[in-house]
Design a protein around this ligand. Sequence first.
Ligand code: UDP
Length: 162
Amino acid sequence: PRRTQSSVAGGAERTLIAVKPDGVQRRHVGQIIQRFEQRGFKLVGLKMLQASDGLLSQHYCQLVQKPFYPNLLHYMTSGPVVAMVWEGQNVVQSSRRMVGPTNPVEAQPGTVRGDFSLHTSRNVVHASDSVEGAQREIQLWFEGKELLNWDCFDHSLTYKED
Ligand code: UDP
């Protein structure tokens, strides 16, 4: 029988990936999307937006008290952001590995931050850091109707049935 996404081990795990304003300005959007497509993840939501102070204070609710928060807010509102939701088995953990550590100095070549950035405050991309965090962030950035449930025709090649 044809498998549906929910019968895959790991279920329909989703994560929020956002190309930050520096990534958009530097025209890295296409290359970042390409990495997630190439890995085998499924794009289920995509939009470009100017993030508001309110959205960002919710998104970064654990950081609003940090001394760097005003600079982070300035950075994140300096231009458009491209927000995406990617789906697949272990997509949260795999995406964090694809993106690399917060500080690009520690990021390996081959990661997005390791290939495209030099400094923590200009690290090109956001990736949710836990399944619960991803669910919270996706609800914040997207309305339900903006997320599409669709079948990827190569699903049975990307995932081994067992
Ligand atoms: N950030 C910063 N200075 C810091 C720590 C974080 O400017 O000392 C910024 C950086 O852009 C980072 C974001 O705040 O990506 C969110 O920080 P977090 O610790 O959640 O890292 P992430 O999950 O993005 O790797």
